[in-house]
Write a protein that binds this ligand. Structure first.
Ligand code: GLN
Length: 534
């Protein structure tokens, strides 16, 4: 069996340069060459996982099928490669320390003084190698969160330094930096890149490949200069120019031979350049789709990253419907009886977003009502589905005080209630109902039709559920419970068959929508929205 090769991806100069997209693109290109790959992310923050983080801090929390709350970059890895990630694909400083401290308490270290080096770095190294050892991948791509120079990144970089030394020719480091353009001088500046590489070198790491993020085309002269100053061969300096869509990035990387350079540096035969046929067809279709369909996202987080997977799922589905999805954020906290028509009428479809806590929920309920009464295609996801259920109870079943126990623990009509196994939980981290569960679809329902399958599996992240005591009431009044968990009987999907498209899911279908396999519910929802265009 061939030795697993390790690719480390670090970043310098600034955050948000797109390390996740570069890592995903490298994964995609190697996968297209027939290699078995996985991508993992190591995050230097102290939270054990991002599950307890506010989306304002860290964007969306992505959930793996095996139930781990992870960094949103894992969503990119899955969307690009179609390969499922697991709880082992995201490790934080918090998790490393937790595990070292548990070992110390157990006495595993036999009286040693526990130190950052070697104990923390050994634990990081063990985790970095874990997936390669466990599943025998050809390539393990490891993205390091944060920026070189941060204090908290140091143990991770020290681990990479040691691994590069131990693995020799079987490891490479790809460093992503930024080349700013100074408008006043009319010049692109390489100094920040030189400093960032110096910083890495001072930690004992010589990057093998540099990816330069830039808003302007970088000439051959500039690349040569960077190569010269940074001890990197000229063919190993690649530019990452802003693209109209992130899904173009693998093609731009392939054109510059990033994957071929990686193979060469690892002493592997380069072989033929893969055609990336289906990927190119997707992009062709995307470029041709210029007509717009307008989808409103009713939620409380006014930032792109909070609903990352939903935005990507919608945009992929737009392409497959030959339309461009234009999403509009509608702040649910600001929605009221007076402005709802003006805000929602211009939209052809509405997504009622997931979320936690009371803030903005009444606006979501109002939106659910408006859409139901105006027969507008509506997709409620997790909390969004719960708000559809509450609205229906208040305005159709006549339970004026209906609510979720999350918002009002004393309501007499707790149509959304805390799950039995959640009642005694006091620890908030990693204790929700998380990850993939099966769901049986009712024959004759719209969702059964859309999925084309009787049993599906979807990912969850919630503590509250549809209260089964009310199921008969709902069914009688026209809201059908069409997706049921076969093991515990929980209602996972509701729909109003009388309406054009009014579906709520307790799970998060957005997590499993990928570029080459867009999610059927999103595809059908966008299609329904398109048919609303007058
Ligand atoms: N707050 C709700 C619950 O815990 C919904 C969670 C979500 O939207 N992910 O059940």
């Amino acid at each position: 069996m061939a030795q697993t090769k390790y690719i480390f991806v670090t970043g310098g100069v600034a955050s948000s340069l797109g390390k996740g997209i570069i890592s995903s693109s490298i994964g995609k290109l190697l996968q297209a060459r027939g290699f078995n790959i996985t991508i993992q992310k190591f995050d230097p923050y102290i939270n054990v996982d991002p599950g307890t983080l506010n989306p304002y801090e860290h964007g969306e929390c992505y959930v793996t099928d095996d139930g781990q709350e992870t960094d949103l970059d894992l969503g990119h890895y899955e969307r690009f490669t179609g390969i499922k990630t697991t709880r082992n694909n995201n490790v934080t400083t918090g998790r490393i320390y937790q595990s070292v401290i548990e070992k110390e308490r157990r006495g595993d270290y036999l009286g040693k003084t526990i130190q950052v080096i070697p104990h923390i770095t050994d634990e990081i190294k063990r985790d970095m190698l874990y997936l390669g050892k466990k599943a025998h991948y050809d390539f393990v791509i490891t993205e390091i969160g944060g920026t070189v120079g941060d204090i908290e990144s140091l143990p991770f970089l020290e681990a990479i330094r040691q691994l590069k030394w131990e693995l020799g020719g079987d490891a490479v480091c790809v460093h992503l930096t930024y080349v700013p353009y100074l408008a006043a001088a009319g010049e692109l500046k390489t100094k920040p890149t030189q400093h960032s590489v110096k910083e890495l070198q001072s930690l004992g790491i010589q990057p093998d490949i540099l990816v330069l993020r830039t808003e302007h085309e970088l000439g051959a002269g500039l690349r040569k200069k960077v190569a010269n100053f940074c001890n990197v061969s000229p063919d190993a300096v690649v530019q990452s120019l802003d693209q109209p869509t992130i899904y173009e990035v693998p093609l731009r990387m392939q054109e510059q031979g990033l994957d071929a350079t990686i193979l060469r540096k690892l002493g592997m035969p380069v072989g033929e350049t893969p055609g990336l046929g289906p990927w190119r067809s997707f992009l062709d279709r995307r470029h041709k789709a210029t007509e717009e369909v307008h989808i409103g996202l009713v939620g409380k987080y006014d930032l792109q990253d909070a609903y990352k997977s939903i935005l990507e799922a919608l945009s992929q589905s737009g392409t497959y419907n030959d339309y461009k999805v234009k999403t509009h954020f509608i702040n649910s906290e600001k929605l009221n009886e007076n402005n709802i028509a003006e805000q929602l009428d211009a939209m052809q479809g509405i997504v009622i977003c997931p979320g936690f806590g009371q803030r903005g929920t009444e606006g979501k309920i109002l939106a659910a009502r408006y859409c139901r009464e105006h027969n507008k295609p509506t997709f409620g996801i997790c909390l969004g589905m719960q708000m559809m259920v509450i609205e229906f109870a208040r305005n159709v079943l006549g339970y004026a005080d209906a609510n979720s126990a999350e918002m009002d623990s004393k309501t007499t009509h707790n149509v959304i209630d805390i799950m039995e196994d959640q009642k005694n939980i006091t620890n908030m981290g990693g204790t929700m109902r998380l990850g993939g569960y099966e769901c049986e679809l009712k024959a004759g329902s719209k969702v059964r039709d859309i999925y084309g399958e009787n049993v599906i599996r979807e990912r969850h992240r919630h503590r509250y559920e549809f209260n089964g005591d009310y199921q008969a009431d709902y069914e009688k009044a026209g809201m059908a419970c069409v997706g049921i968990n076969p093991d515990c009987g929980l209602v996972e999907i509701v729909e109003v068959p009388e309406l054009k498209w009014y579906i709520g899911t307790q799970f998060h279908p957005e997590y499993s929508s990928t570029v080459l396999h867009p999610h059927p519910l999103f595809l059908d929802f966008v299609k329904a929205a398109i048919s609303e265009i007058k």
